[in-house]
Design a protein. Structure first.
Length: 553
């Protein structure tokens, strides 16, 4: 609306010189006006803008008022257009039913009875103009309010969407957490049961000289199954974040470089392998063996997604995460290890479920559905994150975010490969485990290695035996036991006999490092692993060397 139009008076007084006189009176007081020829003309001018209307009663008598009534009805919520109606002498409202009807049509009307003094008209005109200005103010505030309301609505929508995403993420995380607890519990018990089975089979196989070919084959098969069961259990424990991790400062470029041949032979020739590592990356905190396993799982997935060949890229660089960036991790520097393929990719539904344990689209017997679960669990347990993205028909990208560490690489040489059993001096060993089956199995293995074994089923009994039998030369104890756990037992034994070598056998501790500096052996284990661990525990120089479990590929 043009500003000078919004203040003007519109006069509707078709008879004689009425309009002219009224305009002159208003002009005298500095008010602009326009005389309208008809109701239709007035409505036209109202559209353009006006401050108030001045109408004579006669002007309304015989004409069709509908166009004006329609315009008045359609006024926006802030507008209540003011009119001054000039009535006939003696035409006060109480004695003038026609004027009363006009009140209904026009709404906001002030009556002025003729004849009147010009000052009366001017004073009414000014107050009508003031009323109109207040309406304009209201319009301005309403516009502001509308803008605010729209902004508010936008924000509410934005927040609702954010909340929805957060809820979905939470739901996803809770689902994985619950599944983790469930599988973790089962895997832990299963791992315990597997210990004497694998141990006994190992002893039988190594003793196999006298056995017939069939027995040897059967034992071999059973051991193979045992090994597969071990891998399965490790993956389950990995997903449940209950792995016994041997974390160290790892040079990712070196680790990936060292895997080149293994990966190339695993994915086969139709797949081109490309390795791209950034120079001078900081070291990542990770368990190198488990990390290799994770990378291999991802490469095998990539191979399966590229049956007719394609490009497999393994890339490593650093990623700086800020507050609110994806993945949701504490802000800081991370090493990002990516496995990227140009394979089939995944649709949204598969992608959403890919990390779930036992979710596999591979035919029965071909996939355990635990590969990605293990990778997810491992990165989470290391304090990092795992992100998976995929476009059907284009390929898949898996990113492992690993926390950066200042520490220097671990000096310990990893204990890889099942070497021949190195001879150890026969020792008198005190073996503590609350589970009889497991204890008996381990005792049998220790005897097989040439040691003398005294068994105890708990910490209290072990302490008594140690006090009673001073010739005991080493303590081998389970970690998780009721009443007194392996850590507490070790601490007490250290006070009583500081020089006594201690080997801790653990399935899962929950803590990253139960006792600083204590040699550990992960369940389940074979004869050579037990022999190695014992040798390290009893050779004082190597006491602080953390033992790594065998590569479980
Ligand atoms: N790189 C990939 N490209 C396309 N689909 C993939 C990829 N990686 C995983 N998937 C999908 O996610 C599912 C789960 O993967 P995961 O590694 O957990 O189990 P799996 O590969 O089926 O079994 P396993 O790892 O025991 O061989 C796969 O079955 C497949 O459908
Ligand atoms: Mg897989």
């Amino acid at each position: 609306m043009i500003p000078h139009l919004s203040e003007r008076a519109l006069i509707l007084a078709p008879q004689g010189r009425d309009a002219e006189i009224a305009a002159a009176m208003l002009a005298e007081a500095g008010l602009t006006s326009l005389a309208c020829r008809s109701v239709a003309h007035m409505v036209e001018e109202l559209e353009a803008g006006a401050g108030f209307g001045l109408i004579t009663e006669e002007a309304l008598r015989t004409v069709d008022l509908h166009p004006l009534a329609r315009w008045l009805d359609a006024q926006p919520e802030w507008s209540d257009f003011p009119f001054i109606l000039l009535t006939r002498r003696g035409g006060g409202l109480e004695r003038n039913p026609a004027a009363a009807r006009h009140l209904e049509t026009l709404g906001n009307v002030t009556f002025l009875e003729r004849p009147f003094h010009p000052t009366s008209l001017i004073s009414l005109a000014r107050s009508a103009q003031r009323a109109r200005r207040r309406q304009y103010d209201a319009r301005a505030r309403l516009t502001e309010l509308h803008a605010l309301a729209a902004e508010l609505e936008r924000r509410v929508e934005e927040r609702t969407a954010e909340r929805q995403i957060a809820l979905e993420q939470l739901h996803e995380a809770q689902k994985l957490e619950t599944l983790g607890q469930l599988t973790g519990g089962v895997a832990h018990d299963f791992n315990n049961l597997l210990t004497p089975i694998v141990g006994a089979l190992d002893v039988l196989q190594r003793k196999g000289d006298g056995a017939d070919a069939r027995t040897t084959r059967l034992i071999g098969n059973a051991l193979q199954s045992g090994e597969r069961a071990k891998i399965l259990v490790q993956r389950l424990l990995g997903f449940a974040r209950r792995q016994e991790l041997q974390s160290a400062a790892v040079d990712i470029a070196e680790l990936v470089g060292g895997m080149r041949d293994l990966i190339a032979s695993s994915v086969g020739s139709p797949v081109e392998l490309q390795i791209r590592c950034a120079k001078e990356m900081p070291r990542a905190l990770a368990d190198p063996n488990q990390l290799e396993l994770a990378v291999l799982n991802l490469c095998v997935n990539a191979r399966d997604a590229m049956p007719d060949g394609g490009l497999l890229t393994i890339a490593a660089d650093t990623a700086l995460l800020g507050p609110g960036s994806e993945p949701r991790l504490p802000p800081g520097l991370y090493v990002r290890l990516s496995v990227i393929d140009t394979g089939t990719g995944m649709d949204a539904e598969t992608l959403a479920r890919a990390v779930e344990p036992f979710f596999s689209t591979k035919e029965t017997g071909r996939g355990t559905g635990l590969g990605l679960s293990m990778v997810h669990g491992l990165t989470a347990q290391l304090g990092g994150a795992f992100a998976l993205s995929s476009v059907p028909g284009e390929g898949t990208r898996a990113d492992l975010y690993l926390p950066v560490t200042e520490a220097h690489p671990e000096a310990a040489a990893s204990q890889r490969g099942k070497g021949a059993l190195l001879p150890t001096r026969p020792l008198s060993i005190l073996l503590v485990d609350d589970e009889e089956l497991v204890r008996r199995g381990t005792a049998e293995m220790l005897r097989e290695l040439g040691h003398r074994v005294t068994e105890a089923e708990g910490g209290a009994e072990a302490l008594q035996l140690l006090a009673a039998e001073p010739d005991i030369e080493a303590l081998v104890t389970d970690y998780k036991m009721p009443r007194m756990d392996g850590a507490e037992l070790a601490a007490r034994v250290r006070r009583a006999r500081p020089a006594l070598p201690i080997l801790l056998i653990s399935g899962y501790t929950g803590a990253a490092d139960p006792i600083e500096g204590l040699p550990r052996l992960n369940k389940p284990f074979g004869l050579s692993e037990l022999a190695d661990a014992l040798r390290h525990a009893t050779e004082p120089v190597d006491n602080v060397v953390a033992l790594r479990s065998h590569r479980q590929v």
